[in-house]
Design a protein around this ligand. Structure first.
Ligand SMILES: Nc1ncnc2c1ncn2[C@@H]1O[C@H](COP(=O)(O)OP(=O)(O)OP(=O)(O)O)[C@@H](O)[C@H]1O
Ligand SMILES: CC(C)(CO)[C@@H](O)C(=O)[O-]
Ligand code: BAL
Length: 332
């Protein structure tokens, strides 16, 4: 399948609409994570519907000193990958096409959730992101739009904007696609040298260590209901597995359990990576409620997000993993 390249809003609006329109928004430099979103969009739109992929590196969401100028731009390959993955059209407007009068004076405000974690590290980022997402939703007029859970805070804010401002568009989240060794796919991975990539693996490893600790805690809680506490604890700890035993023993020894122990288990991996060459520099590690991105408390139940951001060399990467608390029937 070949995707049609559209450069202007006029070209986009001239397209005859057929069936449901599903939109996948990207900044280009497409990879298998994007391809997964496009395939999911194709499924939702169906054979009679339409899948539109947007490619736009939005200056409004980059801060001074960030990587706007060096962000990879690979439009020909993007159109090819989009078509191969099931897109009908790629809308890749210029900056002038999106912001004809220069930067917009009226913008979307992301509110308090937009000032936490990524928002604290990148002031103004989420206002710029939501402003362009609102514009692209108006320009593409989809029935449904799909976003990756890799950018969990972005996804949560888009859901919030669509609900709070009555956009009337269905928002679908797609789970994070990872390399075989666990690294989350990201356009920015192409900045990494082989040595930096080895260090960057610590982001996902830390999340997996936190996930293992969480699984052990949930197992412990479940077992505690069935068998005497001491036996349950031993069994649950053995479920963690030999590979994590040292990190886990440390976490058990230094924390009281609950969210603190999960953070501690993840933190240990990140602290080790800080001593590698090249080192990892941690920006934040947080275990948050995805409805507002505040830290969860000990009595939290439901779905939480363990999120991390770090620098390796000149590259800043983010990753996260969902963890379900108190739902003993579900896998974490
Ligand atoms: N590994 C992934 N798995 C699932 N979705 C992803 C993945 N990487 C990106 N996405 C999603 O693709 C959409 C476009 O993201 P974007 O173009 O910024 O890609 P990216 O790889 O996240 O780039 P960057 O490295 O700049 O963060 C977003 O909804 C994002 O969450
Ligand atoms: C949603 C988005 C396309 C807005 O520029 C961007 O933030 C991204 O690619 O995740
Ligand atoms: N993938 C999120 C877009 C950004 O980093 O600006």
């Amino acid at each position: 399948m070949t995707a049609t390249l559209l450069r202007t809003a006029a070209e986009l609006h001239a397209r005859a609409r057929t069936g449901r329109r599903a939109v996948v928004m990207t900044m280009g430099a497409l990879h298998e994570g994007h391809a997964t979103l496009i395939r999911a969009a194709r499924k939702i739109a169906g054979p009679d519907g339409e899948v539109v992929v947007t490619v736009f590196v939005n200056p409004l969401q980059f801060g001074a000193g960030e990587d706007l100028d060096r962000y990879p731009r690979t439009l020909d390959a993007d159109v090819e990958l989009a078509g191969r993955s099931g897109a009908d059209a790629v809308f890749a407007p210029s900056v002038d096409e999106v912001y004809p009068g220069g930067e917009p004076q009226v913008r979307i405000s992301a509110g308090p959730m937009g000032e936490r974690l990524e928002g604290a590290a990148r002031p103004g980022h989420f206002d710029g992101m939501l402003t362009v997402v609102a514009k692209l939703l108006h320009l593409t007029r989809p029935d449904v739009a799909l976003y990756g859970q890799k950018d969990a805070q972005q996804l949560a804010l888009i859901r919030r904007m669509v609900r709070d401002l009555n956009f009337g568009i269905e928002i679908v989240g797609v789970p994070t696609v990872r390399e075989e060794d666990g690294l989350a796919l990201s356009s920015r991975n192409r900045y990494l040298s082989p040595a930096e990539r080895r260090t960057a693996l610590a982001l996902s490893q830390a999340l997996f260590a936190g996930r293992d600790r969480h699984a052990a805690q949930e197992a412990l809680r479940a077992r505690a209901r069935e068998v005497p506490a001491t036996r349950a604890r031993a069994e649950a700890l053995s479920a963690i597995g030999e590979s994590r035993a040292a990190a886990d023993a440390h976490a058990v020894a230094t924390t009281a359990g609950g969210p603190a122990a999960i953070r501690a288990a993840a933190r240990l991996v990140l602290d080790e990576a800080a001593r590698l060459d090249p080192p990892l520099t941690l920006d934040y590690l947080a275990l948050v409620d995805p409805s507002d991105f505040t830290d969860i408390g000990d009595d939290f139940t439901g779905e939480a997000v363990l999120a991390v951001a770090a620098r390796v060399g000149a590259t800043r990467l983010i990753d996260n993993i969902p963890l379900t608390f108190g739902n003993l029937g579900a896998a974490s």
